[in-house]
Design a protein around this ligand. Structure first.
Ligand code: NAD
Length: 285
């Protein structure tokens, strides 16, 4: 079996990519973080630095350690610079074509043993792997938001993902201090989103029908059912564009995005990342 992953490439560092970068560096991996432009990198750098400082304030590590973690990240806009990575995680927008293009490019750049990992919420891993000449070394690492805080990482395998790759991915996730949970089949939404999306759809349907307000629905789910977060709060946290895409991949008419979700995505009310979703997120965008 190939050796453990110590150098991680992250492509690209949007909402999830930045926090995966933070997680990888604070668990002492060398990280190559790549984004599309210098402007995007500047935003990502601020985000990762803020995250590390917040963790230092919570005493997860000292302030000098936070600086040391930050210093382990090599920032670049040139994908070629990821070439030394043992594994690259693509964290780009939830669309098939850009993800396949990224995988095809990474496949040309990375060493033959390197793992190609995706953080997709719903797109077929097998389809993404078809853009590469190493489908056996392609796998999902589905980090939950925010990755430095959530305990589990879902690890669904594609049709051609080898057992060795699943094992290597498990070791990598453990080296991030997380609990890998392997999913045997490459189905849209995998396990976590198959459980989450119906709840958000049902909650949106109740809201559309005027059965209860979003605050009341969130309150009942939290204080009645004992969930730590309500469906609308979680939807805002994840991003309504991501949720809507999962709907469309699920295919079943029951999962068709409701009008309220479609309209919110159309006007750019995507949740925390745009400052407005089901709730207002002042100063968080
Ligand atoms: N947000 C979540 O809670 C969450 C949870 C699990 C998985 N995911 C998945 O992670 C991935 C990223 O989601 P996000 O929430 O970070 O999205 P985001 O919109 O915050 O970031 C997407 C990134 O993709 C880049 N991008 C856009 N078009 C591109 C292109 N054509 N080529 C290359 N890069 C491009 C953007 O510059 C941005 O940096 C998606 O696959 C999503 O489904 C998200």
């Amino acid at each position: 079996m190939a050796g453990p992953v110590t150098i991680v490439g992250v492509l690209v560092t949007g909402t999830m990519g930045a926090v995966i970068t933070q997680l990888a560096t604070q668990t002492r991996h060398r990280v190559f973080a790549c984004d599309l432009s210098a402007e995007a990198l500047e935003r990502d750098q601020l985000y990762v630095r803020d995250g590390l400082v917040r963790f230092a304030r919570r005493s997860a590590f000292s302030e000098p350690a936070a600086e040391e973690h930050y210093g382990r990240i090599h920032w670049t806009v040139d994908m070629q610079e990821i070439a030394a990575a043992d594994a690259a995680i693509e964290v780009i927008v939830e669309k098939v074509e850009p993800k396949k293009e990224a995988f095809a490019a990474l496949d040309r750049i990375l060493p033959p043993d390197a793992l190609l990992l995706t953080n997709t919420s719903s797109i077929s891993i097998t389809d993404l792997a078809s853009a590469t000449k190493r489908p056996d070394r392609v796998c999902e690492t589905h980090f939950f938001t925010p990755p430095p805080v959530r305990e589990a990482v879902e690890v669904p395998r594609g049709l051609l993902t080898s057992d060795e790759t699943v094992e290597r991915v498990g070791v990598l996730i453990e080296s991030f201090g997380k609990l890998p949970v392997v999913v045997n089949k490459d189905v849209p939404g995998f396990v976590a989103n198959r459980c989450l999306v119906p709840m958000l759809i049902e909650a949106s349907r109740l809201l559309e029908e005027g059965v209860a307000s979003k605050e009341e629905i969130d309150l009942l789910v939290k204080k009645g059912l004992g969930f730590p977060i309500g469906p609308f709060e979680l939807g805002d946290f994840i991003g309504l564009d991501v949720i809507s895409y999962v709907h469309s991949e699920l295919g079943d008419p029951y999962y068709t995005p409701l009008r309220i979700l479609k309209e919110m995505v159309r006007v750019g009310h995507l949740g925390q990342k745009t400052g407005w979703g089901f709730y207002e997120h002042e100063g968080e965008a």
